[in-house]
Write a new protein. Structure first.
Length: 233
């Protein structure tokens, strides 16, 4: 099963061209915070419609003010993607779970205070395989361009009780990249001109249906979908 993970496109999604795989995941921030475009959701939705996947999953981010308003009246605001907000989606035995909440930014979209964050992350099922959030957990791929750690401490605490195969997010653009800790592949998929998407593949060599036992590989895609590097775990 091939996942392609993107985040924080901020109106630049057309640069990604046509992506292919089984599941496309957008970890939020389609919009620009200070340049409100009431067509932003329609534009990314049209782009989703041209991508070659079985399913497209997405969540909101702190810049997605239009989306935040829209989901109050419409649970599924996209025609060509499945919007996850404290909800799960299961595909071929792999459990995905998505939530948009961000700490510390009280005047942004999808802000949640400490108590609300604890309550939101408590809902993440223990058997999640692919966790999709906008914020990183604290101390993992969360260092800003000014050297500050901006990740969510509450999410980090909750992760101690979880064992996802993949946790993908964006938000802290300067820390785009990937790492593995305690068996979880973390992917900060924030759009960068050099690395605009991560392609992640689960491979079941033994035919076992448990994703935890699956071999995995990941590669970065450049803006023109050039393979820049390949790593296996
Ligand atoms: Zn962003």
């Amino acid at each position: 099963m091939k996942l392609v993970i993107i985040s924080d496109t901020h109106g630049r999604h057309e640069n990604l061209g046509i992506l292919r795989g089984d599941i496309l995941i957008h970890c939020g921030d389609f919009e620009q915070l200070f340049e409100q475009d009431n067509q932003a959701i329609r534009k990314i939705d049209a782009w989703f419609g041209r991508q070659e996947f079985k399913h497209i999953l997405c969540i909101g981010g702190n810049h997605d003010l239009t989306l935040e308003k829209l989901v109050q009246i419409k649970e599924q605001p996209f025609e060509n993607a499945i919007y996850l907000q404290d909800t799960e989606f299961v595909y071929e035995g792999v459990k995905f779970y998505g939530a948009p909440w961000v700490p510390d930014l009280s005047n942004h979209a999808f802000y949640a205070n400490d108590l609300a964050l604890d309550q939101a992350w408590a809902k993440v099922p223990r058997d999640v395989d692919v966790l999709v959030t906008h914020t990183p957990p604290v101390n993992i791929l969360d260092v800003s361009s000014k050297g500050q750690r901006l990740g969510c401490a509450s999410l980090s605490r909750r992760l101690q009780a979880l064992n996802p195969r993949v946790h993908c997010f964006g938000h802290v653009h300067a820390s785009a990249g990937t790492c593995v800790k305690r068996g979880t592949r973390y992917v900060n998929a924030s759009y960068q001109p050099s690395t605009s998407a991560f392609e992640y593949e689960f491979v079941s060599r033994s035919g076992k249906s448990d994703p935890k036992s699956w071999w995995q590989k990941i590669r970065k895609l450049g803006a023109k979908q050039t393979s820049l590097s390949r790593a296996t775990t």
